[in-house]
Design a protein around this ligand. Structure first.
Ligand code: ZN
Ligand code: ZN
Length: 555
C-alpha cells in the first residue's frame, strides 16, 4: 500500500454489524470513527431474537457484543431507533457489559424503563430522552432523529455525521402517507439531507423481495371497522401490544359500532399505559378490565389482547384453550389476527387457530383480509428513499442473507454506485473512499437461559437438544481396594425405551468383568470403558447411542 493511499484511508467511518445481517432480529450495528487502532464507537440498537426449536429452553437470543465490551471506554453511546424487541430487547441483558449512556425517544424510553425496572437497572442506566426530530451529540458524533413511519410510535431514521463522512441509518421504516396518528415520515427533511450529501445509506431489507408499495394503516383500519360492523357476536383483536396505531384503529372501530373495549394481557395493559403517558390514545376513551368481560352483552364487546405470535401464556392462547379465568369465546364470535406470524412461530400460531376452530369460532388473518400491513418498505418505497437521499453507497441490513443479497442487487439496479452485502462481524469502511470490507471481528450469539446469559455455541442448549433426541443413561460403580465391584452396578435411564435398562446393565457389568485388573486402577479408564460398552449395546439393540454418564467411587 503506498503512503498516499494509506493516508487517504487511514482515518475513516466504519460499520460493524454484530446482529441483524443474516437474520431478522437481534439488531446491533456499531459505527466506528477514527483509525484502526483508535476508533470511537457508536452503537445503534441492541435487540433480541426469539429462540428456535433447535435451542430447547432458550426463549431469547442475543448478539455477542464482547468486541465492543472490550473497547467500552471508546464506546460513546447506544442509540435506539425505536422500541421493538428486536431493537431494544437486548439492553437489560447486555448493558452491564457496556455501561454507556442510552439515547432514544420518549416512547422507547417508557418501554425500556419497564424492562430496566424488571432487571433492577433503572437507577444505573442513564437514558437520555431525545425529542422527535431532535438533533443531539454523542461523543464526537453529530446525530439527528428523522421521523419515519413503521409499526410502533416514534420510529426514527438516524443521521450520523462523523469527522469522516455522513451516513443515514434507516432504522425500520415504510412510507405510510396516511398514518393513523403521529408526525408521519419527514420527506422534506430526508430530501434536504440528500441535498447535503449522504455517503452511505444503511437500509431496512425486510420486504425487498416484494414489489409495489405497502398498504397504509388507514386501509387496515377500514377493514377492521367493516369486520366489527358486520359482527353479531363478540370480536377479539389480537396484535402486537406495541402497535399503538393498530390498537387505536381497533378502538375506533369499536367506538364506531358502540362497543366497549376490554384489554387482556399484561403486555397490552403496560403498553397502553406507556402510550397514554406519552400522549397517545388520549381520545380512545375508557378501557375496561378483564373482569368486566362477562357482564357485557355479546354485541357490545371488543376484546384487545396479546398472543398474536401464539405465545402459550398469552391471553388469546388461554382463551382458545378455554382456560382463561375471566374471558370465554364461543360459536358466533370472531377473532382477528391483526399481525404477521414471525418466522419460527408458525406452529404455535396454528395451534391457537386450531383451538379456536374447535370452539367453532371464526378466525380472520392477513390471508383472509387486509387486517395487517407490514411496517417495512417494499421496492417502490425503497426507490423513493434512494431518490430522496441519493446515497453514494448502500449497505443492506435487517434481513436474512437472501434479503440482503437481493437488496444490494436492487440498489445497484436503481443507480446507487456501490452496494456491499454485510455479514455479522464484518467491519466495513463506509467513507471516505470505496465501500469495502476491511476486517473481520469474531462475533456470535448468546442465549438467555433462565436468568443467565450463556454462550450459544457449545452452551447448555446443545447438550439439552442431544438429550432430547437420545436420552441419558446414568451408571454408578463402587470399587473396593482390590478393584473389584463392592456392590451391584446402579443404573438409571431417562428418555430411553422401556426394557433397555436391564440389557444395558448387563453390558456394563460384562465390560467391567472383562477389564484386566491393572486397567481398573484408573477411574477415568473404568468410566470410559463402561461408557463405550453401554453405548455400543444400546446401538445394537435400539439403533441409537444415548448420552452416558458413569460415576466411579472407591469404598
Ligand atoms: Zn421495528
Ligand atoms: Zn426490526
Amino acid at each position: 500500500m503506498n503512503a498516499k493511499k494509506k493516508t487517504a484511508h487511514d482515518k475513516n467511518l466504519v460499520m460493524l454489524p454484530l446482529g441483524g445481517t443474516g437474520e431478522i432480529g437481534m439488531n446491533c450495528y456499531c459505527y466506528g470513527a477514527g483509525s484502526e487502532d483508535d476508533r470511537e464507537w457508536l452503537m445503534v440498537d441492541l435487540g433480541v431474537k426469539f429462540g428456535e426449536d433447535a435451542e430447547p429452553g432458550i426463549d431469547v437470543v442475543l448478539p455477542d457484543v464482547s468486541f465492543i465490551a472490550k473497547n467500552r471506554k471508546k464506546l460513546s453511546g447506544l442509540v435506539l431507533t425505536h422500541a421493538h424487541e428486536d431493537h431494544i430487547g437486548g439492553v437489560p441483558w447486555l448493558w452491564p457489559q457496556l455501561k454507556c449512556p442510552v439515547y432514544c425517544t420518549p416512547f422507547a424510553a417508557a418501554l425500556l424503563n419497564n424492562k430496566l425496572k424488571e432487571h433492577g437497572l433503572d437507577e444505573d442506566v442513564k437514558v437520555h430522552i431525545i425529542p422527535l426530530g431532535g438533533k443531539f451529540k454523542v461523543g464526537s458524533y453529530e446525530l439527528e432523529f428523522v421521523n419515519v413511519t413503521h409499526s410502533i410510535p416514534e420510529s426514527c431514521a438516524l443521521l450520523i455525521k462523523s469527522k469522516h463522512g455522513t451516513v443515514m441509518h434507516s432504522g425500520d421504516w415504510k412510507i405510510d402517507r396516511t398514518p393513523i396518528f403521529g408526525a408521519g415520515l419527514d420527506e422534506v427533511r430526508l430530501r434536504e439531507i440528500g441535498a447535503e450529501g449522504v455517503d452511505a445509506l444503511i437500509c431496512d431489507s425486510t420486504n425487498v423481495l416484494r414489489e409495489g408499495f405497502s398498504p397504509s394503516e388507514r386501509d387496515v383500519a377500514a377493514t377492521i371497522t367493516d369486520i366489527v360492523k358486520n359482527a353479531k357476536g363478540r370480536v377479539a383483536v389480537t396484535t402486537f401490544a406495541s402497535h399503538v396505531e393498530r390498537v387505536a384503529s381497533a378502538v375506533r372501530a369499536a367506538r364506531a359500532c358502540g362497543r366497549e373495549v376490554v384489554l387482556a394481557g399484561r403486555a397490552m395493559r403496560n403498553t397502553v399505559e406507556a402510550a397514554r403517558a406519552c400522549g397517545y390514545l388520549r381520545d380512545a376513551g375508557e378501557f375496561l378490565d378483564e373482569e368486566s368481560f362477562g357482564y357485557l352483552p355479546i354485541d357490545k364487546i371488543l376484546l384487545l389482547c396479546t398472543g398474536s405470535q401464539g405465545e402459550p401464556r398469552a391471553a388469546i392462547s388461554r382463551i382458545a384453550e378455554d382456560q382463561h379465568p375471566n374471558i370465554a369465546l364461543e360459536k358466533g364470535d370472531v377473532v382477528i389476527f391483526s399481525s404477521r406470524t414471525i418466522p419460527g412461530n408458525e406452529k404455535e400460531v396454528s395451534l391457537v387457530h386450531n383451538n379456536l376452530a374447535k370452539l367453532d369460532i371464526d378466525v380472520i388473518t392477513a390471508d383472509d383480509a387486509l387486517v395487517h400491513a407490514s411496517g417495512h418498505p417494499r421496492q417502490d418505497e425503497l426507490r423513493l428513499m434512494y431518490d430522496w437521499l441519493k446515497p453514494n453507497a448502500l449497505v443492506p441490513m435487517h434481513g436474512e442473507a437472501r434479503h440482503l443479497r437481493a437488496h444490494a442487487i436492487f440498489a445497484r439496479k436503481c443507480g446507487i454506485p456501490q452496494a456491499l452485502v454485510p455479514v455479522d462481524g464484518n467491519l466495513m469502511r463506509l467513507c471516505p473512499g470505496n465501500l469495502e470490507s476491511i476486517d473481520e471481528v469474531s462475533c456470535g450469539r448468546l442465549h438467555v437461559d433462565g436468568k443467565l446469559v450463556v454462550p450459544a455455541e457449545d452452551g447448555p442448549a446443545k447438550q439439552r437438544r442431544k438429550a432430547s433426541m437420545v436420552g441419558i443413561v446414568f451408571l454408578s460403580l463402587a470399587l473396593d481396594e482390590k478393584h473389584n465391584l463392592a456392590d451391584d452396578v446402579q443404573i438409571t435411564c431417562d428418555g430411553l425405551p422401556a426394557g433397555l435398562e436391564a440389557e444395558l446393565l448387563d453390558a456394563a457389568e460384562g465390560a467391567f468383568e472383562t477389564m484386566p485388573r491393572p486397567r481398573r486402577r484408573d477411574d477415568g479408564t473404568v468410566a470410559e470403558t463402561i461408557r463405550i460398552a453401554v453405548r455400543r449395546a444400546a446401538d445394537q439393540i435400539w439403533g441409537k447411542k444415548p448420552i452416558c454418564k458413569v460415576l466411579v467411587q472407591r469404598v
